[in-house]
Design a protein around this ligand. Structure first.
Ligand code: E4P
Length: 296
């Protein structure tokens, strides 16, 4: 942290695919610890959009080259929370293929984290990755069992592993996504500390303050949320701050109860299925393909 530090203990990350946005946030906040990207955000990158709207759809290789260019521009702008780069994974993608992509992406920049989904194959890829000293961020996490599996599959990792609970997408369907962050943090108290919680799918300043209050190690949010934080003079949560969200009709969000999960089980024994993980993969595949010359 530097002289501008607004005092947040959590690392702050920009959730986006545009280096100009990272520069804007850095100017406003004074620093940016890291960045998260995903296929949806890359498809929204202004240069990628210009290319696609001019009728030049990309080949898979060109798409990868564009992704690489974007993360190479972002890489020097951020601090030690690094830049998360997501592999392409559909329901048929095997762990070995994810690992091969991950290795390539990991070589693009010196400060990469490779993002794998919280699926059986994603966890297998993560396990192999950490054994090869790659840094990993496990995405599309919607349950404590998934977070427990991340913990068990990545034990022994030299670098902190990130797990990304998707707060906003749980809120969207009327469940209190911040409870998942709280529950994972509580569950990890019994662990060795090698997995850090990266609060993701953050949509509002209230989400940011809730994540700070729960001591998430990292928080990723779109530039406009960090701009709002800066405009409000970098508020921090009061000691008794509790996130209270409502759905679109104003009904309070349904609490997600704590599940007493034993972290010491084999990762394969956890029930890691979640319909929002499935839906999320489907959406990322569609957004990835939207930039491609032909759908594969
Ligand atoms: C970051 O790692 C996630 O991909 C991102 O926060 C998802 O956010 P969304 O639910 O707003 O798409």
């Amino acid at each position: 942290m530097n002289a501008f530090t607004p005092g947040a203990k959590a690392k702050i990350l920009v959730d986006g695919g545009d280096p100009e946005e990272t520069i804007r946030v850095k100017r406003l906040v004074g620093y940016v610890d890291g960045q998260t990207t995903n296929p949806t955000l890359i498809a929204k990158n202004p240069e990628v959009r210009t290319l696609v709207s001019s009728g030049h759809k990309l080949s898979s290789r060109e798409e990868l080259e564009e992704y690489k260019k974007i993360v190479q521009a972002i890489s020097p702008l951020v601090g030690d929370a690094c830049v998360s780069i997501e592999v392409f994974a559909d329901f048929d993608t095997k762990a070995e293929e994810m690992l091969a992509q991950g290795r390539e992406m990991f070589s693009w920049i010196p400060n990469a984290y490779v993002k794998y989904p919280c699926t059986h194959e994603g966890l297998r890829a993560a396990q192999m990755s950490v054994r090869q000293d790659m840094r990993v961020n496990m995405t599309l996490c919607f349950s404590q069992e998934q977070a427990a599996a991340v913990y068990a599959a990545t034990k022994g990792s030299k670098a902190p592993v990130y797990v990304s609970p998707f707060v906003g997408r749980l809120d969207d369907r009327g469940e209190n996504g911040m409870d998942l962050v709280r529950n994972i943090k509580q569950m990890y108290e019994a662990g060795d500390g090698h997995v850090h919680v990266l609060a993701a799918s953050i949509r509002s300043l209230k989400h940011v303050l809730g994540s700070f209050a729960l001591r998430a190690e990292l928080v990723t949010a779109p530039g406009k949320v960090w701009e709002e934080w800066a405009a409000a003079s970098f508020p921090l949560p009061a000691a008794d701050f509790v996130y209270q969200g409502t759905d679109k009709e104003g009904t309070p969000l349904k609490p997600i109860p704590y599940d007493p999960v034993d972290l010491n089980r084999a990762w394969e024994s956890f029930d890691i299925r979640h319909e929002l993980t499935t839906k999320g993969i489907r959406q990322f595949v569609a957004d990835y393909k939207s930039t491609l010359r032909q759908s594969a």
